[in-house]
Design a protein around this ligand. Structure first.
Ligand SMILES: *Cc1c(COP(=O)(O)O)cnc(C)c1O
Length: 461
């Protein structure tokens, strides 16, 4: 397979980037308490903090922005979005929200009863937080391979039905009323589930009356891996695969800021038989988000999303996106940098525990590595490890996830191959002098979603 796959688009508008000096970056990271979330974007050269809302829109999407119908009620863009959701995903009913967590909030508040078990294929930060705020208890049912960065297993996003059965045995079906399954599992390194796994999970849950709600935030990237790796679906279009994935669920939520190819937006969607949940969410959306025909989005945002949902089904685009990630992954791997394997669908994940193996996990190796990558080359990445995992609500202890990662998340349609090469060079330089990098300790620790606003200082002497 060729190492690089050309993007099926060209650049029409450019946005200048500013390179800074190492001294400047050192003072910036100190002022930010060694938290890359607290850096100002003007001080960042290549921004790989997140793929959330950071993508570039197409000319067709920008044209859609001019067609915004900013009516308070019944905007035509709402109906265009309903059509796109029905056509691309297959769901019958949709509730728009301002972004993914708005949808999660409505969903969990309306579905969960206090003490319900919420099994998911690994946690996601905002999803787990909203489940817990609604009285739920998160349980991980992802396959063991997902927790091992070095495992080359191709379906690290799969659900382990044995783990789900064990939860049912322990808590009973009265408390295991739903599971959530996410494609291209973010916290596992952008790892996909197979369609055959989704179908098995579906059959299992149907038999027992357990609902499946998917977090379809990165569904197109997962569909690409299914087309590439699952023989049976090699000839299917991306859209056909996406619809087949959704058909294994009862409903979904989506942060449209990822595979929706837009800068803001989200929604809940359901099949017809979920009318009760749909009605509940639709009546609550007006309290927290906005009227049920805009849910916190402007009309123009809904139009851009309607176009984005269709655009993301392009297999050439997905091949170029994953090809770009594989290029970065390959360069780092060749230089011996420890990574999550195989390469994921939205970023390259560095195994910070192995990179800084002289540090204890409570010295936050991934947090420090992200800070050092920034100082080295102006590339902003994000910690996905001990800080992101937070504390166990019962014991108050750090959760110590097995994965202690730095996420280099590549925005969609934004950076070039040279940006990837530059990023790799900086990290490889850092790897050569890794022993000299100290750990961190908290100087400020917020109570919820602490990774966003926490502050640290280096442990010296
Ligand atoms: C980003 C994300 C969310 C939350 O969505 P926001 O739009 O950031 O509020 C939920 N689930 C997953 C898997 C995500 O990646």
């Amino acid at each position: 397979m060729p190492r690089c796959i050309p993007e099926p688009y060209k650049i029409k508008v450019v946005e200048p980037l500013r390179m800074t000096t190492r001294e400047h970056r050192q003072s910036c990271i100190e002022a930010a308490g060694y938290n890359t979330f607290l850096l100002d974007s003007k001080d960042v050269f290549i921004d790989l903090l997140t793929d959330s809302g950071t993508g570039a829109m197409s000319d067709v999407q920008w044209a859609g922005m001019m067609r915004g119908d900013e009516a308070y009620a019944g905007s035509r863009n709402f109906y265009n979005l309903c059509d796109a959701v029905r056509d691309v995903l297959g769901y019958d009913m949709m509730v728009p929200t301002h972004q993914g967590r708005g949808a999660e909030h409505l969903f969990f508040q309306n579905f969960l009863r206090k003490g319900d078990i919420v099994p998911m294929n690994m946690y996601f930060t905002t999803t787990r937080q909203h489940a817990e705020l609604a009285g739920g208890i998160f349980k991980d049912i992802i396959v063991d391979e997902a927790h091992d960065p070095a495992s080359r297993f191709e379906w690290k996003g799969n659900v382990d039905l044995g783990k789900l059965q064990a939860l049912i045995d322990e808590y009973g079906l009265e408390r295991v009323r739903m599971i959530s399954m996410a494609p291209d599992v973010n916290m596992a390194g952008g790892q996909p589930f197979s369609l055959s796994n989704a179908k098995e999970v579906h059959a299992f849950c149907r038999k027992l009356g357990i609902k499946i709600y998917m977090d379809i935030t990165r569904i197109a990237e997962n569909a690409f891996f299914i087309k590439e790796r699952e023989q049976e679906y090699a000839e299917w279009s991306i859209k056909e695969i996406i619809r087949e994935i959704c058909a294994q669920s009862d409903g979904c939520w989506m942060s449209a800021k990822k595979d929706g190819l837009v800068n803001i937006g989200g929604f809940l969607a359901f099949f017809k038989h979920e009318d009760e949940m749909f009605q509940k969410c639709r009546s609550m959306v007006v309290v927290y988000e906005g009227l049920h025909t805009y849910g916190g989005m402007a009309g123009r945002d809904m139009e851009a999303l309607a176009v984005g949902l269709r655009e993301v089904c392009n297999n050439d685009y997905l091949a170029a996106r994953v090809g770009q990630l594989r290029l970065l992954h390959g360069m780092l791997d060749e230089a011996g940098v420890p990574l999550v394997h195989p390469c994921g669908g939205h970023g390259v994940f560095v195994d910070a525990r192995a990179f800084l193996d002289h540090l204890d996990q409570d010295e936050f190796p991934a947090q420090m590595l992200a800070a050092q990558i920034y100082v080295e080359s102006g590339v902003r990445s994000m910690e996905r490890g001990n800080v992101s995992a937070g504390r166990d609500p019962e014991t108050g202890e750090n959760r110590h996830p097995r994965l202690e990662l730095v996420r280099l998340t590549v925005p969609r349609r934004v950076y070039t191959q040279t940006h990837m090469e530059f990023t790799a060079e900086g990290i490889i330089e850092l790897y050569k002098r890794r022993e000299s990098i100290p750990g961190l300790r908290f100087t400020y620790e917020p109570e919820t979603l602490r990774f966003f606003q926490a502050r640290f200082e280096p442990i010296t002497g």
